[in-house]
Every structure is written in structure tokens, then in C-alpha cells.
Design a protein. Structure first.
Length: 361
């Protein structure tokens, strides 16, 4: 299989996909682009790439025939622009979460994809983290039976992130940036969420650091088949010690059993009948966490770029694709509106306002 040429736009968290690309037999890292030349050159040096690989503009990167796919890791509110530009240049897209920061350009993104005939893959990294991947495969085996309810949360002390200028921008919202993880995990199991209701608040910790929008969230939601789910997140305060909590978890309660995927400890626990098992993927720690600490996601990205490469070669639509990604953005928008009006909001109504009802079955 011919290696795919990867261009990386945005070299903060983009560092993780560079690491994924240089370590994958399916990819070759062709170009790196960032507004900061200093960062671009530093990343070239870090990964042993020729400094000429650095491009100061997306246009330059897109003009390079060696680039087949662009991985987009720029601030959330720039994703729509960068996805559309990349598709118009005839390249495939990997876009990190949140796919879009609102729905205003969703139709334009879909039209650009259609016109290009290229693939768009939304980098919902949590799906590609071993405990959650294993939980999904185990669920798909049918052993657990029908879902009774799903609970997912992502809590983290992200005050360090608020040092970034764009985090104080009015367009920056933790609801889209972080709730997109547990929101997507719930939609993985319950794609047809019909309606959502919730509360949010901005803590004094977040406000004093310049955050403009809420940092604390609790939501309940209902799928069209009547199954209910819960999603929570809190981002400007300390978290419970890791021995007691995973920070990100997904719990499935089903007719014949229950399972829980956990972020920290790379742990997966499940129970069916009298069988009760805790599995660990701790031996894969070095695959997932390559730069010290647990704040980068190189392992998840390596798993997803290899999945995406296979999708391209086999002509299959990757999941989540642009359509699925946009409905997840609509779910987040419905969540946001619900916190503002104090009532449940239907996803279909939100999609309808942007001429997108065809995305919901
Ligand atoms: N688990 C995950 O999937 C995960 C984890 C972390 C971050 N992210 C996402 O990655 C994105 C970037 O976050 P980050 O933490 O790296 O932010 P960051 O601010 O550290 O990095 C963004 C980079 O983009 C560059 N940039 C901005 N505009 C540009 C442009 N027009 N052209 C070229 N470069 C440009 C900036 O110079 C900066 O280096 C966000 O959307 C975030 O939600 C995803």
C-alpha cells in the first residue's frame, strides 16, 4: 500500500499527529504548517524532518502534491474555514474535535465535501483509546443485550489551557471543546438523540482566568427509541485523585450486563451474569502517552490515522464522518440552548434552523 502524504495544520496538539505519522507504516509526514515559524522549525527538529517541510501558510501546504490528507489542529473557531479550504484544494481531511464551533457553515462544509469527492474524518480521539475501543467491540458482540442507559463524563482541571489567547476569545466554549468527548461517546451508542436538557455555570475559578463561557455542565438526554443518557463535565477546578476516578468514563447499563471504559489506568471493567472482570491496557501506556504527562493523544491519533488510511484505500466512509460530526455539533448547540432557556431542546429543531434536517434519520 502506497504511503499517504500527511500535512499537519496547527502544531500545538498537532504534535501528536506528527508523532503518529512518523511512526506509522501507512503514512509519511509531508508538510507541517503553523503561523509560528519558530514552532514549525522546532517541530521539524523534534521529529527529524527536513526544515523545508515547514510551510507558513495553508495555501503553500495545499499546493504541495505530496500532501494527500491535511490534519487540522487549529483553534476551534477556525476549523470550518480550514476544512473548506482543504476540500477545495482536493485533499482529504482529518479534523480534530470539535468538528465545528457552531452550525453556521455546516451546509457549506457538506457542499465542499460533495464537490471534492474527498473523505472527511472527525478525530474523536476517545473512540480510539483502548478501553473505549474494547468496550465498543465487546458491546457489538451482542453479549450485553439492549442498552438501558448510557452515562459519560469528562472532568479535568484545564486551567492551564486558559493561558492560550484563543481560550479567552468569545468563540471559545468548553461545551464544544470538551463536552464533545462524552457527547460523542453517547452518540456512538445512541446516534439518534432526540432531545436534551441541562444546566451549566461559569465557576469563579474560570471567570477570574478570563473565561467568557461556562466551564461546568450536567445534561440528560433522550434518544428516539426512548433510551435516556447523561453527560457531565467540569473544567476549572481540581479533580478527584486518579485512584478513585478516571476523569473520562463511559458506562453502559444493558439488559444482560454492564461495562465501564476509563481514561486513566487504561481500564475496562465489565459484568455479565456472575462473571465480573477488570481488564487493563496499562501495558500500552507508552503508545498513548509519548511526551510525558497525559495531555497529548498520540496513541489515539495513530490508531485513527491508520483506520482512516484503510478507509481511504478501501473506499469506505470513515466514522465519524462530516455528517455524523455535524449532528454532534447540533447536539452541543441544543445543550447550550437548553441551558439558556431552561427547557429541553430538540436536535431536529436546531438542525432545521440551518437547513440540515436531512442529516437526522
Ligand atoms: N483529544 C483531542 O482530540 C484534542 C486534544 C487537544 C486539543 N485538541 C484540539 O486541537 C485544536 C488545537 O488545540 P491546541 O491545544 O493545539 O491549541 P494551540 O493554541 O496550542 O495550537 C494551535 C496552533 O494553531 C496555529 N494556528 C492558528 N491559526 C492558524 C492558521 N490560520 N494557520 C496555521 N496555523 C495556525 C497556532 O499558531 C497554534 O500553534 C483545538 O481544536 C482542540 O480542541 C484535540
Amino acid at each position: 500500500m502506497k504511503k499517504l502524504g500527511l500535512g499537519v495544520l496547527g502544531l500545538g496538539e498537532g504534535r501528536s499527529i506528527i508523532s503518529a505519522g512518523v511512526n506509522s507504516p501507512l503514512w509519511s509526514v509531508a508538510r507541517l504548517c503553523d503561523l509560528s515559524e519558530e514552532l514549525g522549525k522546532a517541530r521539524c527538529a523534534e521529529f527529524g524532518l527536513d526544515p523545508k517541510v515547514y510551510a507558513s501558510s495553508l495555501e503553500t501546504m495545499l499546493a504541495d502534491p505530496a500532501v494527500d490528507v491535511v490534519g487540522i489542529y487549529t483553534p476551534d473557531h477556525l476549523h470550518a474555514d480550514h476544512v473548506i479550504q482543504t476540500l477545495k484544494a482536493g485533499k482529504h481531511v482529518i479534523c480534530t474535535k470539535p468538528f465545528l464551533h457552531d452550525l453556521s457553515r455546516a451546509r457549506e462544509v457538506l457542499d465542499a465535501q460533495k464537490a471534492s469527492g474527498k473523505q472527511v474524518f472527525v478525530g474523536q480521539s476517545s473512540r480510539f483509546f483502548a478501553p473505549f475501543t474494547r468496550q465498543r467491540e465487546h458491546f457489538e458482540s451482542g453479549a450485553f443485550g439492549d442498552i438501558i442507559t448510557v452515562e459519560a463524563y469528562y472532568h479535568a482541571d484545564h486551567r492551564w489551557f486558559l493561558k492560550k489567547e484563543w481560550a479567552k476569545n468569545d468563540a471559545f466554549k468548553w461545551l464544544y471543546g470538551c463536552i464533545s468527548h462524552p457527547g460523542d461517546l453517547v452518540r456512538w451508542y445512541l446516534p439518534d438523540i432526540e432531545e436534551v436538557m441541562g444546566y451549566s455555570s461559569l465557576s469563579e475559578n474560570g471567570r477570574s482566568l478570563g473565561l467568557a463561557h461556562p466551564d461546568t455542565f450536567h445534561f440528560v438526554m433522550k434518544a428516539t427509541n426512548g433510551v435516556t443518557a447523561r453527560v457531565s463535565g467540569s473544567y476549572s477546578g481540581p479533580v478527584v485523585p486518579l485512584q478513585r476516578d478516571s476523569n473520562m468514563s463511559c458506562i453502559l447499563r444493558c439488559a444482560n450486563g454492564a461495562s465501564q471504559g476509563d481514561y486513566y489506568d487504561l481500564r475496562y471493567a465489565w459484568k455479565i451474569g456472575s462473571q465480573s472482570v477488570v481488564e487493563t491496557f496499562e501495558d500500552q501506556d507508552a503508545h498513548y502517552f509519548r511526551f510525558g504527562g497525559h495531555s497529548h493523544h498520540a496513541g489515539e491519533y495513530q490508531n485513527y490515522i491508520e483506520y482512516f488510511a484503510r478507509s481511504i484505500t478501501e473506499g469506505k466512509t470513515p466514522k465519524p464522518d462530516a455528517r455524523e460530526g455535524i449532528v454532534t455539533v447540533a447536539l452541543m448547540q441544543a445543550m447550550e440552548e437548553s441551558t439558556q432557556i431552561g427547557r429541553p431542546v430538540k436536535i431536529k429543531e436546531v438542525l432545521g434552523r440551518f437547513g440540515l434536517t436531512d442529516l437526522m434519520s
